[in-house]
Ligand binder design. Sequence first.
Ligand code: PAF
Length: 285
Amino acid sequence: MEILHTVAELRHWSRQQRTTGQTIGLVPTMGALHAGHASLIRAAAASCGRVAVSIFVNPTQFAPNEDYARYPRTFEADCALVQAALAQTKGANVVFAPSVEELYPAGASTFVEVEGIGDRLDGASRPRHFRGVATVVAKLLIAAEPDRAFFGQKDAAQVAIIRRMVSDLRLATEIVVCPIVRDADGLALSSRNVYLSSDERAQALVLSRAIRQAESLAASGERRANALIEAAREAFASFQELRVDYIELVDWATLEPVENAVSGSLFAVAAWVGTTRLIDNTILR
Ligand code: PAF
């Protein structure tokens, strides 16, 4: 599988595939790939003739006090995972692995800000995070010109930002959202799970437990946000070590809090387990 390093190479590849009638699927990642990413890559291969997987730890979505420097970088293992996920396909798929200077040339001063919505949920506790996400995803979409781009529901707020950006900028790419992939014990897969000690990993299960608690209450007919949030908060109560960042019921399109759940409402939690910030969510039906 070819590894491309420049925007010009990616654009050339994409346009060339298109001349042979292929559709293009893009899977943007920051590497440290796991089974969740593999599911995105397989979804892309199932619906597009050609797949590009980008691997780029995007500096602009990390605050200075965050984990940019220590974010896991596992490029060779990542390429092996991409290869395995695409093993059943025959086409000329690619990995796009640009340098920071390639995506942010010296003096670059253009950013994509999705106002309002970009300051909610994770955007509230990670100021400018979604500005970095929107900027790099815009750059990737403009470079690869994909028919579809694939994202995980685990980052549900990110999905809302990207959908809004794509709609506002009238980009031609369809955004496809794939289900959360969990370990057998319920923990949502995340590249940051490697930071957890074994004690912390056990504590981290409270996030999925809180989600399940809210889900089962909603399934029993409870619609009030307060009641659902309280049920989730109870799950956290016995773990004093964990610091809840947010537990919210919101409209998935606007990320505005709602008082009562309707089908499609996003119930989301974020919490610090030691020094690791984890997120989880469910879309209520
Ligand atoms: O979800 C991620 O891994 C990143 O936020 C993304 C979308 C690849 C942008 O850097």
